[in-house]
Design a protein around this ligand. Structure first.
Ligand SMILES: Cc1ncc(COP(=O)(O)O)c(C=O)c1O
Length: 391
């Protein structure tokens, strides 16, 4: 059970408004803030390189924190400046040939999909979108029936940016393994709000940012690459950290996943990421998931009672991203009205998940994403403001 009093006492941001934009960037807990400001102070006091030397053990431990979060090994983790860079590093490591196929989901994130289109343009790959089942989640049977010997990659978003849909990531993993197809999982909106175990998921690569449900700082992310695949993936770009220059005409690629990193980094942010992960692990991802689900369910139930309000989340057991629209009230206006009342939500534009938005004729949606530190009263406050708009 999560002690709401304690986690709120640990969260300075709760004094400043009702934060329901955790799918955008969650409020950092105080230990994260303290680790980062403490480290920055040392950079100012003794110099950036000296501060890194001093904190070397804690900086190394960030890899262990990420590995613990995913049930992976530290050697399988690369730290990046966001999730997109992590994803790009994995994706662009594949040397696709004309005719290779990529299987993906309908609710795929825009950054991923434009990379597929780029690979289609430059390398002649074919992009095939796996249909959803009647519940609106990716249909694993359809996925399996689409696999042939031209499929080079399955790249799926687990929880999309535009709603609570939870794609069957582990079932997809079992199919990928059965057919020996590499599996890249975008776990951006899942990590931090539910348990993540790369062996149970069966994914070969997984990406996530620090700032969303993990409650870490902005400008952080990570890539997991399964050990057995690492040796076969050459990063699309390298520097002398990824690949030390060992002879005038030769470099040696690092053996671990840090071959996807570069030399210079924001160490304060990295430390913040590590602390955020340790904080989530100490609370327990199972407990976090239960609370996130219950707040999201409550919000959906409240919104569904309101005339003219439409909840758009798909799937039988949606996660803590609640997407909705209100007849006659553009999402941008609703967001501004809520912001004026101190309630932070965000918007999901059709262009962030264009295939899904087109298939469902979605307008720009209001996205409210509660986290375990939100209260039921905060959910009621959001619902009440929506009710005033509809009456
Ligand atoms: C599903 C999904 N994938 C990828 C990303 C990109 O993450 P980042 O902004 O850290 O690059 C996001 C960000 O909103 C996302 O929601």
């Amino acid at each position: 059970m999560i002690d709401l009093f304690n986690v709120r006492a640990d969260t300075p941001g709760v004094e400043h408004g009702i934060h329901l934009n955790n799918a955008g960037a969650a409020l950092m807990p105080r230990p994260v803030l303290d680790a980062m400001t403490g480290y920055l102070r040392r950079e100012a006091e003794i110099g950036g390189y000296e501060a890194a030397d001093e904190a070397q053990r804690r900086l190394d431990a960030v890899y262990t924190s990420v590995a613990n979060l995913l049930d992976a090994r530290p050697e399988e983790i690369a730290l990046t400046e966001n999730a997109t860079v992590a994803w790009q590093m994995a994706f662009y490591s594949f040397a696709f040939k004309p005719g290779d196929r990529i299987l993906t989901a309908r609710a795929e994130y825009a950054a991923n999909y434009v990379a597929f289109l780029h690979a289609a343009k430059t390398q002649g790959v074919e992009i095939d979108v796996v249909p959803n089942d009647s519940d609106g989640v990716l249909d694993p049977e359809a996925l399996e029936s689409m696999i042939d010997d031209r499929v080079r990659l399955i790249a799926i978003t687990w929880v999309p940016t535009n709603g609570g849909l939870v794609n069957p990531a582990a079932e997809i993993g079992r199919i990928a393994r059965r057919h020996g197809v590499p599996y890249l999982l975008d776990a951006c909106q899942a990590v931090g709000q539910m348990p993540v175990n790369v062996d149970q998921l069966g994914c070969d690569m997984l990406t996530a940012p620090g700032r969303k449900f993990l409650r870490g700082p902005r400008g952080t992310g990570f890539l997991y690459v399964r050990q057995s695949l690492l040796a076969h993936l050459h990063p699309p770009v390298i520097d002398h950290f990824a690949a030390p220059w060992v002879e005038p005409d030769r470099y040696e690629l690092r053996a671990d996943a840090r071959r996807f990193e570069t030399w210079e980094n924001n160490y304060a942010a990295r430390l913040g990421l590590g602390v955020a992960i340790d904080y989530a692990l100490a609370l327990g991802l199972e407990h976090i998931e239960v609370r996130c689900q219950s707040l999201a369910m409550l919000l959906r139930a409240e919104l569904r009672q309101l005339p003219g309000v439409h909840v758009h989340d798909l799937g039988p057991k949606p996660a803590a991203i609640v997407s909705f629209s209100i007849d006659g009230h553009p999402a941008e206006t609703v967001r501004s009205i809520l912001a004026a009342a101190g309630i932070h939500v965000s918007l999901s534009k059709p262009s962030s998940t264009l295939l899904d938005a087109t298939a469902r004729a979605l307008p720009t949606l209001i996205r409210a994403s509660p986290h375990y530190y939100n209260t039921e009263d905060e959910i009621f406050a959001l619902a009440e403001h929506c009710r005033r708009l509809t009456s």
